[in-house]
Design a protein around this ligand. Structure first.
Ligand code: NZQ
Ligand code: ZN
Length: 395
């Protein structure tokens, strides 16, 4: 196995009966809570009232910031940070999907700098890596998707430069997170599907590119993939089933907590780099939907260039029971089966279906290389350059 450095920080409370404990923990971090939510779904569904009452019951004072957009914008994060400073908030709490959670992290970090703009701190910016701390962060995820409630990442968009870029610090890992499947029961089918696609991507990325030195990481990742493949159609058929929603929510957390690739070689997150570039250009594209659109082309591009066929074949064997004696056949059979699964789950579409103009492909590829490759080709068991990205986008 490869050496690794895995920073575990977040205390996770899982389930509908962990509510009171969570509020006690959050209150122990500070009494002035800056509460960050998205565009209003948590208000409409009554989750906001419930959480507000719970925290007030612990003697907390809350200031609500509402209006974090899907794919959160730097300008919104900057405005929220100004309000938090005025309020003198001690803790930043997110109640929402990855967008609300990512915004909460960025706000918590920006608040302790002397700056007013988050964008220069993102990957490729001139203040990248320069944050030294953040206010304490707590999260209540309402989507089963990003695992932001446990990751060190925040992803920020900036329409002024058609950009979308992450910033990552160990202190962005929340101190406490409460994963309550009840808060995912009302997720619309499309958002549920997008989330499942994102979960899969988090295990696919390094599974394919990180080599085979950590058989345990392989089994762990395959367990997540098989769980999502099986559970998504069941959840769509029975959306208010707590147990099924719980499975997806836990799978989402496990898929990006760091364990999923511990012991393998480090590798780039190629699908994420390209998808973030696409969403940067087209702000209305949901992250998981963009990823789902890329899977078939990316997998086929890898296959065509004779990369990772062994890994694709192993997935075929372990997830779909495809005989892998003939690696070339089995790897292609996995891609076909997975594409079929995407089709059956309304996750199969082209970039033009999403409104992406082919005229932007070259600029999207250039942005991907400039920001995520630092101006150099990325590594996908061999080089992957801007022309390769254009080819994948065309496919
Ligand atoms: O804004 P509201 O009104 O809350 O509606 C949201 C939004 O329209 C809605 N929603 C959320 N919870 C709901 C709900 N609707 C009904 N019931 C609920 N319980 O769902 C829509 C999508 O929400 P969003 O937070 O944008 O989705 P998601 O959780 O997929 O987060 C996506 C963002 O996370 C980033 C993505 O790039 C994207 O910006 N990621 C963050 C990562 C991280 N921090 O580690 C890793 C990921 O790879 C990803 O890049
Ligand atoms: Zn993702």
């Amino acid at each position: 196995m490869q050496d690794f450095d895995l920073h575990i920080r977040t205390r996770l409370l899982f389930g509908q009966n962990k509510e009171r404990k969570f509020y006690e923990h959050v209150a122990s971090l500070g009494k002035k809570i800056f509460l960050v939510i998205g565009g209003g779904s948590v208000k409409r569904l009554g989750y906001l009232d419930r959480v507000t009452r719970g925290l007030e019951g612990q003697g907390c004072e809350l200031l609500l910031f509402e209006g974090i957009e899907p794919n959160p914008l730097a300008g919104t994060i900057n405005r929220a940070t100004a309000q938090l400073r005025e309020f003198k908030g001690e803790v930043v709490l997110a109640l929402g999907g990855g967008s609300a959670m990512d915004a909460a992290k960025a706000i918590a970090g920006l608040a302790v700098t002397d700056d007013e703009d988050i964008w220069p701190y993102t990957l490729g910016g001139d203040k990248m890596g320069r944050m030294t701390s953040a206010l304490p962060i707590a999260c209540i995820p309402t989507t089963a998707a990003t695992a932001s409630e446990v990751t060190p990442h925040s992803v920020v968009s900036n329409p002024d430069v058609r950009g979308k870029s992450p910033l990552s610090y160990p202190f962005f890992q929340p101190t406490f997170s409460w994963l309550n499947p009840e808060f995912t029961l009302e997720l619309p089918p499309a958002t549920t599907r997008d989330g499942a696609s994102d979960i899969l991507s988090h295990v696919f990325e390094n599974y394919l590119l990180g080599g085979n030195r950590s058989p345990l990481a392989d089994r762990y990742s395959e367990g997540i993939i098989a769980t999502v493949v099986e559970t998504l159609p069941l959840v769509i058929a029975e959306p208010d089933n707590y147990e099924l929603r719980a499975r997806l929510l836990w799978a989402s957390n496990l898929a990006l907590n760091g364990y999923q690739h511990a012991g393998r070689e480090a590798s780039g997150f190629i699908l994420h780099a390209i998808e973030h570039a696409i969403s940067g250009f087209y702000h209305n594209i949901a992250h998981g939907r963009g990823l789902a659109t890329l899977y078939p082309a990316y997998f086929r591009w890898l296959w065509k260039n004779d990369r990772c066929r062994d890994r694709l074949a192993q997935l075929g064997d372990r997830v779909f029971g495809i005989d892998k004696d003939d690696v070339s056949y089995a790897s292609l059979a996995f891609i076909n089966r997975f594409e079929e699964w995407l089709q059956n789950n309304d996750l199969f579409q082209s970039l033009s279906d999403l409104g992406v103009d082919e005229a932007d492909f070259e600029a999207i590829a250039d942005y991907t290389i400039a920001t995520y490759g630092f101006g150099k080709p990325m590594q996908a068991r061999g080089e992957l350059n801007r022309d390769d990205i254009v080819e994948i986008l065309k496919m």
